[in-house]
Ligand binder design. Structure first.
Ligand SMILES: NC(=O)c1ccc[n+]([C@@H]2O[C@H](COP(=O)([O-])OP(=O)(O)OC[C@H]3O[C@@H](n4cnc5c(N)ncnc54)[C@H](OP(=O)(O)O)[C@@H]3O)[C@@H](O)[C@H]2O)c1
Length: 271
């Protein structure tokens, strides 16, 4: 991996977060990583870390084994057409552009290089993203490279492409759902006596602790809930009240609504 040459086309929020993740992992060398964007001066801070900077996407493609396309969906076609002449069949192209399907990318590129799609979330910035990746046909090595890259900014799961819009709802929109849950908990905390700042800290750390319990033990959530809910206790009283008010139902309905919306957005993008 330390010899792998990677170019990130469109190094904005996500692109630079991935670059920093690769850099800090120690597995990938910054001198093997090229970053592009049109306003190159905005990337100057990355030069100090040893990354190569250019505003020439074709030059970046020619220098790379792996190309990560991290531009906004509305810019991707322009970039794909631009780099077409520099693309080789041996290239691995990873696209993080929301809603742009492998078939659409392949059509623009016009050769049979390996294409993998990835859907991270905004927690890439703190290396805690849940990233889903998918491919139609890819060799084991390419999948391993994609997993290694996204494991530097969180956790990675391989899924079918038809589930990418569902993954957007659960794991990308999901960041907002859990943030809102934390905000609601903190509002409850204020009502029972804590100043806002302390209430948010307490709610966020409690949420983090609950998530960590699940991720480290791999227990079912109800197993962990059972451990906190003593008979006649205050936890079960609060929990049941929340359920009477539609807590689980609201979350499930929100996720299915977002997934439906994401599926329709994708259809619009195809036109
Ligand atoms: N942020 C996330 O957590 C997240 C999560 C999941 C998926 N995504 C997807 O990831 C992609 C990037 O998201 P983002 O939040 O990083 O957006 P962003 O901050 O706007 O970054 C995109 C960058 O692409 C550059 N760009 C545009 N046209 C270009 C071109 N022709 N050549 C080179 N660079 C070009 C832009 O810089 P210049 O204007 O300087 O060129 C911009 O900084 C989007 O498709 C988004 O849907 C993001």
């Amino acid at each position: 991996m330390d010899k792998l040459k990677i170019s990130i086309l469109g190094s904005g929020n996500l692109g630079t977060s991935i670059a920093n993740g690769l850099y800090e992992s120690g597995i990938f060398k910054p001198e093997n990583i090229t970053l592009t964007r049109r306003k190159l001066q905005k990337l100057e801070h990355m030069r100090d870390k040893g990354f190569i900077l250019t505003d020439d996407n074709i030059e970046a493609v020619k220098a790379a084994d792996v190309i990560i396309v991290a531009v906004e969906p509305q810019h991707i076609n322009k970039v794909l057409v631009e780099i077409k002449s520099g693309m080789r069949e041996e290239h691995l192209l990873i696209s993080v552009a929301t809603g742009v399907k492998i078939a659409q990318i392949s059509e623009q590129i016009g050769n049979s290089c390996t294409i993998i799609r990835a859907m991270p979330n905004t927690a890439v910035a703190v290396k805690e993203s849940m990233t889903c990746i998918c491919y139609n046909k890819a060799d084991e090595k390419s999948v391993e490279i994609a997993e290694n890259i996204f494991n530097t900014v969180g956790k990675t799961l391989v899924i079918e492409e038809e589930l990418m819009s569902s993954s957007t709802a659960l794991a990308a929109c999901g960041t907002a759902f859990f943030l809102r849950a934390i905000r609601a908990a903190s509002q409850g905390g204020i009502e029972i006596g804590f100043p806002s700042k302390e209430a948010i800290k307490m709610a966020a750390q409690t949420a983090k602790g609950a998530a960590t319990l699940l991720l480290t033990s791999e227990n079912h959530p109800e197993f962990e809930v059972d451990r906190v809910t003593t008979p006649l206790g205050c936890t079960i009283a609060g929990l049941n009240r929340m359920e009477h008010e539609g807590f689980s139902s609201a979350l499930i309905k929100g996720i299915t609504t977002s997934a439906e919306k994401a599926r329709n957005l994708y259809k619009k993008n195809e036109k």
